[in-house]
Design a protein around this ligand. Structure first.
Ligand SMILES: Nc1nc2c(c(=O)[nH]1)N[C@H]1C(S)=C(S)[C@@H](COP(=O)(O)OP(=O)(O)OC[C@H]3O[C@@H](n4cnc5c(N)ncnc54)[C@H](O)[C@@H]3O)O[C@H]1N2
Ligand code: MOO
Length: 639
């Protein structure tokens, strides 16, 4: 680190941006990109570098605003149904919308209100005031007026107004140039054949697209290996035409993490590490007179680092306000713990349930890019707050429009692939419909339904006392006389997911007590966990005899993934999950998977397409083709 680095770490994002701005100024980084002149039609998206003054008025003459006749208002005085006024052929002129008002006339009568006589006269049955239906000179724009201030990002309407005001060229800031430098021995270009341990350079593609979406030009360099000299060389090369360099990965504390050192060697590190997660180890500095961001390698960190740090700096270079997303207040569908000391950026799905916006947190990992893919909104748990309770109100930045969000069916509970299939089929039939399902286990879903936080709860909870599914829990949690409907989605086979060829020769639950077997369980509250417990009880096996009973995964697919990776020998789950990983399956039970909802919701327009879908033969065929599903009772109301 060079001696002049006023290095700070773990500061809030706003402070980090301020410290970085000062450091950039001290390093002599330009405050703005250069102004250029360009044809007005090509300037959409650019930011004005000077005020724009109107060169001519619009309209430039008094103009007819309607199709009809031009008249002198004084000639129409006294006209009424009972006392029509007749205008002789020379006392009016036929005009069309937009025509200059002929000399000597001061008003227009719409042709619908003109009665022409066979002699070519015009009969008026109402008097008109002067300037009726006339657009006077400069009604829209007056020559000499300030049309747009400096620092205004031009939109289609702006350039049209400029052109109307006689402007041919505008003075704007040129587009900032962003150069992206991917680093890492394991990083391979998108499309390359991968060896074990290789990672595709997806961040460069994403960051370049983010930069272009923000109105910049973007260029990606070759991938640089984890070698400080090579990274320095590429950084220097990048600074030649960059207004901002994004140096990907190597930002944290690993053996091959050189970003901070390289940036310090090439100039100054102002900030290393902010109180923001994901994005924590970000490096903010400058190489020579070019700003540099060391972007953390995890994809979610990379995407958010662009939003939080790159986008405002780029807007500043253009002299414009950063783009802001609209926000709304939502109720959290479930508890959201958060570590104190960090702004926690949480991706959420949104839906409208009984007139309240409900936010369901998505997985939090900085490597889970699909959390951003699926997100309808972002919420920040501020560093001073230790999370939120279920149902608590939070402010959410919106990534989708509220009307689209209003057409989201919110399903919370146990996860099943049939819901994913339904989501896809619903969307294919109507691009405005979303079925957003989030997995908190069957019990969690019923609790969310009780608390008004979802439309439907997916459940397959076995009651060990009665051997019945879901209904006893509905009674217990929501009350026996609750206005609740239960619709059967499918029957599905649950069984042991095992390695291909079933190398341990497992035949059923009784084998789970074998001494060397490594089991992987589902989380407490999951229906599959309840099924296991029920089966174990039936066989008189103590859970403590099952090694791995306390190892928990949250989805069928995660269980299958653990078996596929050889981290476990068996886990209870659905056949479709086993198939997805090419694994074997030992059937244990066939269980019903139901959708629980308020009776009032049953008839809601929002859900109608779902009920229609469940009746479709093609959909049912698609479900059964997944394997291990039966649609014999699909769509049947069981309560
Ligand atoms: N001991 C510590 N370890 C880590 C810390 C820490 O404070 N102490 N911070 C963690 C956090 S938080 C983050 S975020 C990451 C940041 O990692 P780096 O910026 O150092 O990046 P790498 O370690 O090289 O890679 C992380 C991850 O990202 C993948 N990656 C890298 N480049 C790309 C790319 N162009 N496209 C797609 N994916 C990419 C890389 O393969 C790794 O999987 O550090 C934690 N560790
Ligand atoms: O801060 Mo790291 O960016 O959690 O993921």
């Amino acid at each position: 680190m060079s001696a002049e680095s006023p290095f700070v770490s773990d500061v809030p994002a706003a402070q980090a941006l301020a410290v970085w701005r000062e450091a950039r100024a001290a390093a002599g980084c330009p405050a703005r990109v250069d102004p250029v002149r360009m044809p007005v039609g090509a300037a959409v998206g650019r930011v004005t570098a000077e005020p724009v003054w109107a060169l001519r008025s619009s309209p430039a003459f008094d103009a007819a605003a309607m199709d009809g006749i031009a008249v002198r208002a004084t000639d129409t005085v006294g006209a009424a149904d009972t006392t029509p006024v007749l205008l002789a052929a020379g006392d009016f002129a036929v005009v069309d919308t937009g025509d200059p008002l002929p000399e000597g006339y001061d008003a227009v009568v719409m042709r619908e209100h003109v009665y022409r006589t066979p002699d070519g006269e015009a009969e008026l049955r109402a008097a008109v005031p002067p300037y009726q239906h006339v657009r006077s000179i400069g009604e829209d724009i007056s020559a000499g007026e300030l049309l747009l201030p400096e620092g205004h990002r031009l939109r289609p309407v702006d350039v049209a107004a400029c052109a109307a005001a006689g402007i041919v060229e505008v003075g704007v800031r040129r587009a900032p140039r962003v150069v992206i430098v991917p680093t890492g021995d394991e990083i391979r270009p998108v499309g390359a054949e991968l060896a074990p341990g290789d990672i595709l350079d997806t961040n460069s593609m994403m960051l370049a697209a983010q930069a272009r979406e923000a109105g910049c030009e973007a260029r990606v360099t070759e991938i640089v290996p984890d070698d400080p000299q090579a990274i320095t060389a590429m950084l220097m090369e990048a600074t030649r035409d960059a207004d901002l360099v994004l140096l990907i990965a190597g930002s944290s504390a690993g053996r091959d993490d050189y970003t901070a050192r390289v940036v310090a060697g090439a100039g100054v590190v102002a900030v290393h590490g902010v109180a923001v997660r994901p994005g924590h180890p970000v490096v903010l500095g400058a190489a020579g007179r070019t700003p540099v961001i060391g972007v953390p390698g995890y994809p979610v960190s990379a995407a958010l680092t662009f939003d939080i740090f790159a986008a405002p700096a780029l807007a500043e270079l253009e002299g414009a306000a950063p783009r802001e997303r609209p926000s709304a207040t939502a109720h959290l569908a479930r508890k959201l713990p958060s570590a104190i000391g960090m702004d926690d950026w949480v991706r959420v799905r949104l839906g409208r349930v009984r007139d309240r916006l409900v936010a369901t947190p998505l997985p939090r990992g900085a490597g889970v890019l699909t959390s951003l893919v699926r997100a309808d909104g972002l919420l920040v748990v501020p560093s001073g707050v230790e999370g939120h309770h279920a149902g608590e109100q939070v402010r959410v930045e919106l990534l989708r429009g509220l009307s689209e969000i209003g057409r989201t069916i919110v399903a919370i509970g146990s996860h099943d692939m049939v819901l994913d299939l339904a989501a896809s089929a619903l969307r294919a039939a109507d691009p405005l419909i979303t079925l957003a399902s989030s997995n908190v286990g069957s019990l969690g879903g019923l609790v969310a339904l009780r608390d008004g936080l979802c439309h439907v709860a997916g459940s397959h909870l076995l009651d060990p006392a009665t051997g019945r599914y879901t209904l006893p829990y509905v009674d217990r949690l929501l009350g026996t006389d609750a206005d609740v409907a239960v619709i059967r989605l499918v029957h599905r086979d649950q069984g042991l997911i095992v390695a291909p060829g079933n190398p341990l020769g497992l035949t059923g639950i009784e084998d789970l007590a074998k001494p060397d077997l490594r089991y992987v369980n589902r989380q407490r509250g999951a229906g599959t966990r309840a099924l296991l417990d029920h089966e174990l009880t039936g066989l008189g096996i103590d859970p403590r005899e099952v090694s791995g009973y306390s190892r928990e995964e949250h989805t069928h697919l995660a269980v299958a993934a653990a078996v596929a990776a050889g981290r476990a020998d068996a886990g209870l789950g659905i056949l479709a999950a086993a198939r997805a990983f090419g694994l074997d399956f030992v059937p244990v039970a066939r269980e019903p998977y139901d959708l629980v909802l308020r009776t009032g919701t049953l008839g809601e327009e929002l859900l109608a397409p779902l009920w229609e879908l469940l009746e479709q033969p093609e959909f049912r065929a698609g479900v059964e083709a997944l394997g291990g599903y039966s649609c014999a009772e699909t769509g049947r109301r069981v309560r």
